[in-house]
Design a protein around this ligand. Structure first.
Ligand SMILES: [Cu+2]
Length: 163
């Protein structure tokens, strides 16, 4: 019994250690790798959230909406640079993830935009959000607040093939 308790404590510690590094989630045929958000200045009007979503199934899926206690409204945005000016717009109809595809939400590209965040995001903090997909359903994930460029290295064998 004592041995079992120690084992569980060790497991809990290992889980804790892993949680400050990469973290990922599965829902249906989707893998969500390392949700993270940028630290924000005080009273920032928006906060950007990022995650890589891989569709391991045989049917397309789409991210329909995002809810979080961080903000009353969150949207999926696409970014583009037009005449040297970065612009973003909400993705109509959600974010499609085709079978076998990994869609990376990252700075300068598509992202989740938390509107009017209720609090400042400081490095090392976490917040949760519910991502709802058309087929896979809803999944609660934790976003880690970190500076861009601090992402853990991609797992071996998970790198893209260029393009
Ligand atoms: Cu945006």
């Amino acid at each position: 019994m004592r041995h079992l308790t120690v084992g569980i404590a060790a497991l809990a510690l290992m889980t804790l250690a892993a949680s400050v590094q990469a973290h990922d989630y599965k829902v249906g045929a989707l893998n969500l790798d390392h949700p993270w958000a940028r630290p924000t200045p005080p009273a920032a009007p928006v906060a950007g959230g990022y995650v890589a979503i891989t569709n391991t199934g045989g049917a397309p899926d789409r991210l329909l909406h995002v809810e979080s206690d961080l903000s009353t409204s969150a949207q999926v945005h696409d970014s583009s640079v037009v005449d040297g000016i970065a612009r973003m717009r909400p993705l109509d109809g959600g974010l499609a993830i085709e079978p076998g595809q990994t869609v990376r939400l990252e700075p300068g590209g598509m992202h989740i935009m938390f509107m009017k965040p209720a609090r400042r995001l400081v490095e090392g903090a976490r917040f949760s959000a519910v991502l709802t997909f058309e087929n896979a359903g809803a999944v609660t994930v934790e976003f880690t607040v970190q500076k861009p460029g601090n992402e853990p290295p991609p797992e071996a064998g998970h790198q893209g093939h260029g393009g």
